[in-house]
Design a protein around this ligand. Structure first.
Ligand code: SF4
Ligand code: SF4
Length: 406
């Protein structure tokens, strides 16, 4: 049975922590957790973990290959997960490569993110039915099981933390989000092979998740035959209890040293590109910068960047009355600040140009989000750069606007 339906598996204050704190104490977000370290077999151990989570009543979601990309979907067996896969990313480009080794987590995420499982792209939020001259209203049924996320990267764990700050803020919480988010069990994965568009180290994160998870996997000696194993660290009581039910051996000092070496190499592959905590100040006063028009020459205003972003949360509502029924349905769906109507105010769109819409998007992420939520609105996952059809890189644009050099 699932235990307590808490929202926060790893911190004591009810938040996940992790995004760059602009006002507040960033050091507390990276406080080392007390972890238990075990090694499990990449096949039998992972399968046992999936089985235990399912037996405990979780809906288990994890990485799969769908239509040539890494996506997240319901998982029953470890065999459904990508094996020997690596990913090549650059602005406007994402390619999956199939190798012959046994690695399980040598890829970086695709366009898909965990966001759609807790904040769906489209959802019914209200149904009104006329019956015998009166009206009855019903809301959506809450999920019957909490989620278990297998393979969340540090940027993804921090993105969930940002969504929590926005959608669970005490005065106006999104109850549908809260229902889906409740009790989420997180199995994080340390990134050993970051992509060229990853820049989490510049914005408060890194390849090695520090908190916001129940269990963390670091894959070691992938592709080296019998030595291939997954180092699993427990960060919460329920994570520790679950790990005890999975066949494992105690991790050695050599295992820990190998994992640390992989993380050091991985972090070195992502040199700092931006001074994250200084961005609000650096971007202030750039509203009339000519570079916004230069970006607008390339930007298609398509909104791909907002769709793939794991922290974008704008939405809109629409009402439908299906023909031949006595019902009306209200739906909530993702919206984008690149949509003209998104800024419709006082009879017109106040952000009528692509330059104005791109400025709104970038400055909200990197400048003004902290005023609302105390953190930056970006985790450096690079999705917006990879999946932009024009190959526009948010980091390059921020550098151009703030006068920095790469
Ligand atoms: S703005 Fe871009 S890099 Fe930042 S979280 Fe969103 S998709 Fe990732
Ligand atoms: S920045 Fe790229 S993905 Fe975003 S709206 Fe412009 S063209 Fe589309």
């Amino acid at each position: 049975m699932v235990g307590d339906l808490c929202l926060s598996p790893a911190t004591s204050d009810g938040t996940y922590g992790g995004p760059v704190m602009v006002d507040g104490d960033a050091s507390s977000l990276h406080a080392p957790a007390t972890n238990d370290r075990r090694c499990i077999d990449p096949r039998a151990g992972l399968q046992a973990m999936l089985d235990v989570l399912a037996a405990d009543g979780y809906r288990v979601i994890g990485p799969v290959v769908r239509n040539g990309v890494i996506a997240y979907d319901d998982l029953t067996t470890e065999a459904e997960m990508p094996v020997g896969c690596s990913v090549e990313q650059s602005p406007g480009r994402w390619r999956l490569h199939h190798g012959t080794d046994s690695s399980r987590f040598s890829w970086t995420p695709g366009a898909d993110s965990w966001k759609r499982f807790v904040f769906p792209a489209r959802q019914e939020v209200l149904r009104i039915r006329r019956t015998d001259g009166s009206w009855t209203t019903t809301g959506p049924t809450p999920p019957d099981r909490p989620l278990a996320l297998i393979g969340a990267r540090d940027c993804e764990v921090r993105a969930l933390s940002i969504l929590d700050r926005v959608l669970l803020e005490p005065d106006h919480p999104d109850n549908h989000y809260a229902d889906r988010r409740a009790g989420t069990f997180v199995v994080a994965v340390a990134c050993g092979e970051p992509s060229a568009t990853c820049w989490c180290t510049s914005i408060g994160g890194g390849p090695d998740p520090i908190e916001g998870f129940d269990l963390k996997i670091t894959e070691i000696s992938a592709g080296s035959g019998t030595a291939h194993r997954l180092l699993v660290e427990a960060a919460t009581t329920r994570g520790r209890e679950l790990l005890q039910r999975v066949p494992s051996v105690a991790a050695t000092d050599a295992d820990t040293a190998e994992a640390e070496a992989i993380m050091a190499r991985s972090a070195a592959m992502m040199p700092a590109r931006l001074p994250a905590s200084e961005l609000p100040e650096l971007l202030a006063g750039t509203a009339q910068h000519p570079h916004w028009d230069a970006v607008a020459q390339r930007c298609l205003s398509c909104g791909n960047c907002t769709s793939v972003c794991p922290t974008c949360f704008c939405s809109t509502f629409s009402d439908h009355t299906p023909l031949g029924t006595d019902e009306a349905v209200r739906e909530q769906s993702w919206a984008s600040c690149f949509q003209l109507e998104h800024s419709h105010l006082g009879g017109r769109a106040v952000r009528g140009t692509t330059a104005a819409r791109y400025r709104q998007w970038l400055t909200h992420k990197l400048q003004t989000w902290p005023e609302q939520f105390g953190t930056l609105g970006c985790v450096g996952c690079g999705r917006c750069t990879t999946w932009c059809p024009a190959g526009i890189d948010i980091v390059d644009e921020a550098i151009a606007l703030t006068g920095g050099t790469r």
